[in-house]
Write a protein that binds this ligand. Structure first.
Ligand SMILES: [Fe+2]
Ligand SMILES: [Fe+2]
Length: 212
């Protein structure tokens, strides 16, 4: 791959941001796990609940994109940089699947997505600046928290909503794999107060994106 200079790099980041928020993200083309599942009957209230949960997950994936892009920008080594871009690509599958499900359930994605993106990009950039072992540790901690969050959603989801469940189960498997890879490539445990702040920030985001 051609080595990018700083301007090229910024253009790539800008393009990724626009694609994430408004366009067609570059994904790996894995099939949406909801496709083979039967459409089951949901009451209006159940449909609303599933839609809101998936809107939260879509917003989470917007943030994941921004975190990885920010971390890639400031990664020290090329290996870590490339790993971050590869993970971002896999996360884009989640972004696409969540978006499709929100639309099927007659909803819209979070209006605050540009804010989630900007905030997460800044956090990702800082994590990268701290150094690769911290940045990878940050990925591991984020993914660990995401897995817990998906478990919560699997509990709250209407029992018969097989399509949404199939997406969440595949995402959970992928996120836990991302955490393992980050630890295997040298991620270290983050100080407890940092993990605590991370969980508080994501709580604010998940609570808000549920409604808007
Ligand atoms: Fe994801
Ligand atoms: Fe992930």
């Amino acid at each position: 791959m051609k080595k990018l200079n700083r301007t090229d790099q910024l253009i790539v980041n800008f393009d990724q941001g626009l694609r994430t928020l408004f366009g067609k993200p570059l994904a790996t083309q894995r099939a949406n796990p909801a496709k083979p599942k039967e459409n089951t009957h949901l009451t209006t209230i159940e449909q609303q609940l599933s839609m809101r949960l998936m809107r939260v997950n879509h917003a989470g994936e917007v943030s994941a994109q921004a975190l990885y892009q920010g971390q890639a920008l400031t990664a020290r080594t090329n290996i870590v940089k490339e790993n971050m871009y590869r993970s971002a690509m896999e996360e884009n599958d989640h972004l696409v699947w969540c978006h499709e499900r929100v639309q099927e359930l007659n909803g819209h994605v979070s209006l605050l997505n540009p804010i989630w993106y900007a905030g997460s990009f800044a956090i990702g950039t800082l994590a990268g600046v701290a150094g690769d072992k911290w940045s990878l540790g940050f990925v591991a901690e984020t993914e660990k928290q995401v897995v817990q969050h998906i478990d919560e959603h699997l509990q709250r989801l209407p029992a018969q909503d097989d399509k949404t469940r199939a997406i969440l189960e595949q995402m959970k498997e992928d996120e836990s794999h991302h955490a393992t890879v980050a630890i295997d490539t040298g991620g270290v445990d983050l100080p407890k107060p940092i993990s605590w702040i991370m969980s508080k920030i994501s709580k604010i985001m998940t609570k808000t994106a549920f409604w808007v």
